[in-house]
Design a protein around this ligand. Structure first.
Ligand SMILES: Nc1nc2c(ncn2[C@@H]2O[C@H](COP(=O)(O)OP(=O)(O)O)[C@@H](O)[C@H]2O)c(=O)[nH]1
Ligand SMILES: [Mg+2]
Length: 294
């Protein structure tokens, strides 16, 4: 696990190394400020972090850690407290990494021994249906799909119904990230949510918003828009491996007040790791501070 988050943060850690080539016992606040800015923590937030540190010019790891940790206080939604199947609805803009994240999540579930079923409710593009179908075949997981242009809500309904009939543990539903216009997208997502509840009362049990990590903090406005449309329960940040903007997670957590549940660190089915704030902060701090264990 440590290795994976380190892999995901590789580019961010490279940037930190450029600012501070030698690790230190105590870091100058000016240097810390530069590190945070370079890794895409917005300036106001950097100022706030510095403000909450002890008054000395140079600060210790434990103090920095305490302040950084305070941004990740949002509880993860519980997964087990509902009747089967647990329904995940995955939303986000085109290209954010929804379909790939669904494949990774399904793979995680399957590896833990759970039964999974996918619903291909991005019916806007034929390629989207084909992409999810390829993953379903590769992972040997059942999928409910239809032809391009058909009603995505009907697919969601059928997927949940089929999941119930088959006794699966998790249904994961893909959605379109772009339609002819924003109003269409908004209406479609709302309808999918309503129809999920018709298929199983209380579904979707979790609405996961997928954000492209290479966009850094500019993903925040996008997230707010989706949150207004259907309400978001949890965030997945993808493509952390492709960006030096690893610090944007602080702003995302603070601004959205939502838990980050996973981060994507590659394009393969095993490249989704549960997000653990302690580990994330530890990995960043380990490239700044000298530690007894090296
Ligand atoms: N490097 C990297 N690429 C990713 C990750 N997640 C998704 N991608 C790639 O991003 C592109 C768009 O992903 P896709 O799942 O199709 O996005 P969607 O339009 O939201 O469904 C694809 O080429 C994926 O392979 C990730 O965590 N790391
Ligand atoms: Mg897709």
């Amino acid at each position: 696990m440590i290795g994976l988050i380190k892999k995901g943060l590789g580019k961010t850690l490279d940037v930190i190394k450029e600012v501070i080539p030698q690790k230190v016992q105590k870091v100058e606040k000016d240097t810390l400020e530069e590190i945070l800015i370079e890794s895409d923590v917005p300036y106001e937030l950097v100022e706030e972090i510095i403000y909450y540190l002890p008054p000395q010019d140079r600060v210790e790891e434990k103090d920095v850690k305490r302040v950084l940790k305070s941004y990740f206080i949002y509880d993860k939604p519980k997964e087990s407290v509902c009747e089967k199947p647990f329904v995940n609805l995955v939303i986000g803009v085109n290209g954010a990494g929804k379909t790939t994240t669904i494949a990774k999540l399904a793979n995680n579930y399957k590896k833990s021994g759970a039964k999974v079923l996918l619903g291909a409710s991005d019916t806007f593009r034929a390629a989207a249906i084909e992409q999810l179908t390829r993953w379903a075949n590769k992972l040997d997981i059942p999928i409910v799909s239809t032809k391009q242009g058909h009603d995505p809500s009907a697919v969601a309904f059928d997927a949940i119904s089929s999941g119930k009939a088959k006794g699966v543990d998790h249904v994961i539903i893909d959605t379109a990230g772009r339609l002819h216009n924003q109003t269409n997208l908004s209406n479609e997502l709302k309808k999918i949510v309503r129809i999920c509840d018709k298929a199983k009362s209380g579904a979707p049990n979790r609405k996961i918003l997928v954000l492209d990590g290479t966009q850094g903090t500019s993903a925040i406005n996008q997230a707010k828009a989706f949150n207004e449309i259907v309400g978001v329960d949890a965030i997945v940040i993808t493509k952390l491996d492709g960006t030096a903007k690893g610090g944007s997670l602080f702003a995302i957590a603070k601004e959205l007040k939502l838990p980050i549940i996973y981060v994507g660190v590659g394009e393969g089915e095993d490249d989704l790791i549960p997000f653990d704030a302690d580990e994330y902060i530890d990995t960043i701090l380990s490239s700044i501070f000298i530690r007894d264990d090296g």
